[in-house]
Design a protein around this ligand. Structure first.
Ligand code: ADP
Ligand code: G6P
Length: 457
């Protein structure tokens, strides 16, 4: 009885070495960050799109201590354009994050989305052995549960939607709303991060499909699917251990000495949902209001490039770089610049050293399914303060964070002032309570319990 994980993004991407070999480097993003340790623990098969070096069809991972088998699907350029950049990231992603004005609902991209979902479903059925549990992930593969169900009526199939589920009025803008819901309802168990997403999903099933629902269940075409809120956790012990390792502490000290002021930290994929321009503008407003803070606080923003083929992402990059230049140009004084902008992904140690060095963590998305960065910082920080958007799914569980409305630059600037001046004991007490909750539902229990729930009718 094995586990088959199915997602679009693969957990590690191959990079060529000089000696001709390949290094498998962790992919950046919430889904893979969560599922890789889960599958390392459970063992099994992971099916995903092989982006670089598509000729490699199968590999055992992680490279130096293999625990599971990655099977890689080769997609054509046209499939990548229409399925991944097109329908997934120009239609479903902006729609689900309430950015209707950025959506492009293109019928031929939809056709490719259907065809590529079928390819993932067929690969899963080929890998399937009697008694396996199948766990499909995220918005790129919403039709896969139904397609597998048609080929394997008795299989145990779970599905996790990692991004927000929007209110019904927004979901109704999708021309293929019925098809998408029907696809997901091929699963026995559907998971989301918050109760609100579950409620909106059930409302969509009633409205678009005329399906019956009751507490946690959708009845559709003679089958039932359970729908549950199961916010993902992190490997909290691993983050705690890493953050107090001497070399990571040294690196955190080095960061503090280099920056020389209090540190505000932002860590995101460069995505318009993350509220990065709004964060920079709020920091600018803060410096205008608090001239005494100039030279005493620096915003370190680490942004990893993401989905650069999509116009919205290229425009965002230009906007962020313009803002960094403008704000630094305005406030730089006597060798101090207010913003340090790092445009790349950083490795786990360097990331954790930054969390450890930060006085205030800024997690201010305009909309986010959950947000793992908020949880990672909480596990790593000794005495920092967390500012968290009320529009991140994690806000439901993280009441002790300073919660803000990212659309209100004045409110965000005020929260900065509160966080930078919060008494040490209060910061520690808030972190302590947040961390207790991280321990109570960590990544392993999230994954183990979800798989168990898929298997339990
Ligand atoms: P999303 O799923 O939208 O990417 P999350 O915050 O849930 O957002 O997850 C992002 C994951 O990617 C986290 O594990 C975080 O540590 C990692 N990450 C984000 N930005 C960077 C970066 N610039 N460098 C390294 N890791 C990053
Ligand atoms: C979010 C999505 C994931 C996705 C990740 C990175 O976490 O929920 O499905 O893998 O972002 O985005 P990418 O487009 O690079 O896979």
């Amino acid at each position: 009885m094995g586990l088959i994980v199915v997602s679009n993004r693969e957990p590690y991407a191959p990079h060529s070495r000089e000696d001709g070999g390949l290094d498998w480097v962790p992919s950046i993003g919430g889904l893979t960050a969560a599922l890789d340790p889960a599958l390392q623990h459970a063992g099994g098969t992971w099916i995903a799109w092989g982006e670089a070096h598509p000729d490699v069809a199968e590999v055992q991972l992680p490279q130096h201590d293999p625990r599971y088998c990655l099977q890689r699907l080769r997609l054509s350029d046209a499939e990548v354009r229409d399925f991944y950049h097109g329908f997934s990231n120009r239609a479903l992603w902006p729609m689900s994050h309430y950015f209707i004005e950025r959506t492009r609902y293109d019928a031929s991209a939809w056709q490719t989305y259907v065809a590529v979902n079928r390819r993932f479903a067929e690969a899963t059925v080929t890998a399937y052995r009697e008694g396996d549990t199948i766990w499909v992930h995220d918005y790129q593969l919403a039709l896969v549960p139904r397609m597998i169900r048609e080929m394997l009526p008795g299989a145990s199939i779970g599905f996790f939607w990692h991004i927000p589920w929007p209110s019904t009025e927004v979901f109704r803008t999708l021309p293929w709303d019925r098809e998408l819901l029907d696809g997901m309802l091929g699963a026995d168990l559907i998971g989301m991060h918050t109760h609100d997403y579950v409620r909106y999903f059930q409302a969509a099933c009633r409205r678009a499909l005329d399906a019956d629902t009751d507490e946690g269940t959708v009845y559709w075409q003679g089958r039932t699917s359970r729908v549950v809120a199961r916010p993902i956790g992190i490997e909290v012990d691993a983050y705690e251990e890493l953050s107090s390792r001497p070399d990571v502490e040294d690196e955190a000290d080095r960061i503090r000495r280099t920056v020389q002021t209090q540190i505000l930290l932002g860590v995101d994929r460069l995505d318009y949902t993350k509220g990065i321009p709004e964060r920079l503008e709020a920091f600018d407003a803060y410096l205008d209001r608090h001239p005494e803070a100039r030279g005493k606080v620096t915003l370190v923003q680490i942004a990893v490039p993401s989905r650069e083929q999509v116009d919205s992402y290229r425009q965002l990059r230009a906007r962020v770089e313009g803002l960094v230049g403008r704000i630094n140009g305005k406030h730089t004084h006597s060798g101090w610049s207010p913003i340090q902008y790092i445009y790349r992904g950083v490795g786990r140690e360097e990331l954790v050293a930054h969390y450890r060095a930060a006085d205030v963590m800024l997690v201010t998305p305009l909309r986010d399914g959950l947000n793992l960065v908020a949880k990672e910082f909480t596990a790593c920080s000794r005495d920092g303060a967390l500012i968290l958007s009320r529009f991140a799914g994690a806000a439901d569980e993280m009441r002790e964070a300073l919660q803000v409305n990212p659309y209100n630059p004045g409110g965000l600037a005020e929260a900065l002032q509160v966080a930078l001046n919060m008494p040490l004991e209060e910061k520690k007490a808030r972190l302590h309570r947040l961390r207790e909750r991280l321990h109570a539902s960590d990544l392993r229990s999230w994954a183990d319990e979800f798989v168990e729930e898929i298997r339990t009718p």
